[in-house]
Structures are given as structure tokens and as C-alpha cells.
Design a protein around this ligand. Structure first.
Ligand code: PLP
Length: 376
């Protein structure tokens, strides 16, 4: 989609793009300065495979402080993005044909990553009425003797749903009876929650021995292009992840030095302005959609920066559009770029990102209304 937008724009078309999964904010000044200082040191040796010691310490003490759960630097492995951290985790855990439970809708890369690690994804559709969260019953029914892992993503891409402490506790009731199952908790949007704060799966001491948290700097620190993420795991899995990474990409790049500045400074001061802007946009979009498009069943995200909207009312017999992909093509003809839900496991939905200036969002919403009215 991004390429199609670029092509259209190159041909002189005006296109409003609400596609992207990256913040439209600059990298915080303190992080930029630290990066420049690191470059001016003038030497660039191979970094240690698990990450620079001060960064592993900073990550461990950030989680310890923020979530009140002790994390040691030896549990931390820094990677080239949290996507690599998730892949490392899967490569460490899975034997061929091991099953991995993935609630639907899911972040697009989980499925291919499980396939690459020779696992079998077990997809479990969630419902908007249940806030797109996996229920304990659904979890219990999806478990087989081959289940090896469960991937949870809170706050979620694409829905923005955020599991509460009670939601996690209810899932743990089920997991308690299945000691073979690991939890991969993708917490990359944890600092972008709009009311209250996120709960980390690491807060549940009982399951810490089989929890791998994946997180990174692409979202809350607005550093997607710097490719920096990490996992936090029990020491033996961390050791295994270091071995895997040592033979693939080895240690992450020089941006690690900048990330230390991000984590050891006043994190709240760095992130609060961006989070406030996202919250204002979320509220404006939700207000607009509930007023003008109740048929899209807008779900109010509690975190991250996406709306996931049902276009089912416009598909099928009444129009020529059969799937969300058709809808996205149709909207693009009207100058609005959105992502079809197909890649997230729901071909009846579209994703709208609000990591874009409010003026663009407003223009995009008007285009959406015009295009949908033309269909009706
Ligand atoms: N997990 C989720 C839910 C995401 O949305 C993304 C990026 O869009 C990632 C992981 C990967 O992030 P990174 O840039 O750290 O590889």
C-alpha cells in the first residue's frame, strides 16, 4: 500500500495516507544528541551479541521500576528491532510442528514468524464484544498436547485493545494447568496507553519462569528506523537467544548508545507530549466515527495508535466489493489509503492509523464519508 501511495503521489495525485505504524514525531532530542556523541567517539567495534551492558542494565531497571517486578540484565537480549526479538523467542522455543496460539486479529508478522520457526499457528478469533481479547474458555479449548506457546499483544496492533490485570489473571488460571506452554508477550506499545497504564505479563510472578516479553524503541521512543528491540526471558532462554542471534545478525547497532539516554532520562517527560497528541486524535476520530459511521462498529482503542473498523456493511450483495481488499482499493480511488484487515486475519475489516497530523486525519475522514456515501 505504501508503494502504491508513493506511485500515485509521484503521478501528481493527492492521497491521504492513514497507513503507517510509526509515530509522526521526531526522535526525542536527548536521544539524538546521545547518538551524535556515540558517532563522534569515532570507533565502531562489533557490539556484544546480547547488547551493550549499560543498555541491558537500563532495560532491566526500567522494567523493574515501571512494573515493580525484578528483572536482571542477564535476562535481557537486545536485538535489531522487537520483530527479531519475537523471532529469536520462537526459534528458541519451537520444535517442528509445535503449536502456537495466536488470537485474531493479530499483528501481521506473527504468522510468518511462526512458520519460519517451523511451528503451526493456531488461530483463535476474538470478538469485539469481548474487546478483541482472548477469553479463558477460548484459550482452554485451543490447547492441545502440542501447544508450546501463546502470543499476546497488549496494547494491540491492530485493535488497540489492552488486557487488564483481571484479564491476564483469568488466562493464568488456565495456563497454570499447562506447564509446557510459554507466553510470548509483545508489549511494544506499553507506554502508549491513554487511561491508566499497561500491565506487563512479567508482573505475574507465578508464570515468570515461562514468560518472554518482547519490547522495543520503535513506538514510544519514535525510533522505528533505528532498529532496536529486546526480549526479557528466563536466563536459559536468554542464553539460547544470544546463541541464535550470534549466528544471524550478531549484536545490534550503535543506536544502542542513544537508547540508553532514552531509558535513563525522564521517560515520562519524553513520551507524554506524544501520548497526549495521540489521545486527542483518538478521541476526535472516535467521536466522528460513532456519530457518522456507527455501521463501521468503531472500537475505542485504549492504547497504540490504530482503529480497526468493520466494513462488512458494505461488502457482498449490495455493492461490488467482496472483501476489505476491494474496499481499500475503492477508497484509494477516492484518495484515501488504509490497510486491509486481511493481513491481520480479518478480511472484513480495515485499519486506520492515527500516527498522522490531525488535519490529515480530518481530511481522511471526510474522504471516507464521501466514498461510503457514494457506495450506499
Ligand atoms: N509488534 C507489534 C505489535 C508491532 O506493531 C510492531 C511494529 O509495527 C512490532 C512488533 C515490530 O517492531 P520493531 O520495529 O521493534 O521490529
Amino acid at each position: 500500500m505504501a508503494q502504491r501511495v508513493r506511485d500515485l503521489r509521484a503521478g501528481g495525485r493527492r492521497v491521504i495516507s492513514l497507513l503507517l505504524g510509526e509515530p509522526d514525531f521526531p526522535v526525542p532530542e536527548a536521544i539524538q544528541e546521545a547518538a551524535i556523541r556515540a558517532i563522534r567517539e569515532g570507533v565502531a567495534p562489533y557490539p556484544p551479541v546480547p547488547g551493550l551492558a549499560p543498555l541491558r542494565e537500563a532495560i532491566a531497571s526500567h522494567y523493574t521500576r515501571y512494573y515493580g517486578t525484578p528483572v536482571s540484565p542477564h535476562q535481557v537480549v537486545v536485538s535489531n528491532g522487537s520483530k527479531q526479538a519475537i523471532y529469536n523467542a520462537l526459534l528458541c522455543l519451537l520444535e517442528p510442528s509445535d503449536e502456537v496460539i495466536i488470537p485474531v486479529p493479530y499483528w501481521v508478522s506473527y504468522l510468518p514468524l511462526v512458520h519460519l520457526a517451523q511451528g503451526c499457528p493456531v488461530l483463535v478469533p476474538t470478538r469485539q464484544e469481548n474487546h478483541y481479547r482472548l477469553t479463558p474458555d477460548q484459550l482452554a479449548r485451543s490447547i492441545t498436547p502440542r501447544t508450546r506457546a501463546l502470543i499476546l499483544n497488549s496494547p494491540s496492533n491492530p485493535t488497540g485493545t489492552t488486557y487488564s490485570r483481571e484479564d491476564y489473571a483469568a488466562l493464568i488460571e488456565v495456563l497454570r494447568n499447562h506447564p509446557r506452554i510459554w507466553i510470548i508477550a509483545d508489549e511494544i506499545y506499553d507506554l502508549l496507553v491513554y487511561e491508566g497504564r499497561a500491565v506487563s505479563f512479567l508482573e505475574f510472578v507465578e508464570l515468570q519462569e515461562r514468560t518472554i516479553v518482547c519490547n522495543g524503541f520503535s513506538k514510544a521512543f519514535a525510533m522505528p528506523g533505528w532498529r532496536l528491540g529486546y526480549l526479557i526471558a528466563p536466563p536459559d532462554i536468554a542464553e539460547a537467544a544470544i546463541k541464535v542471534q550470534g549466528q544471524t545478525t550478531a549484536g545490534a547497532n550503535i543506536a544502542q548508545k542513544a537508547a540508553i539516554a532514552g531509558l535513563t532520562g525522564d521517560i515520562e517527560a519524553l513520551i507524554a507530549p506524544m501520548r497526549k497528541a495521540f489521545q486527542e486524535r483518538r478521541d476526535a476520530i472516535y467521536q466522528y466515527l460513532t456519530t457518522h459511521h456507527p455501521e463501521l462498529h468503531p472500537y475505542k482503542p485504549q492504547g497504540a495508535f490504530y482503529f480497526f473498523l468493520s466494513v462488512e456493511a458494505y461488502l457482498g450483495r449490495k455493492t461490488t466489493l467482496q472483501t476489505a481488499d476491494d474496499m481499500v482499493d475503492y477508497l484509494l480511488e477516492h484518495g484515501l489509503a488504509l490497510v486491509p484487515g486481511t493481513g491481520f486475519g480479518m478480511p472484513t475489516h480495515i485499519r486506520l492509523s492515527y500516527a498522522v497530523a490531525l488535519s490529515e486525519i480530518e481530511a481522511g475522514l471526510s474522504l471516507l464519508t464521501r466514498a461510503l456515501h457514494a457506495l450506499a
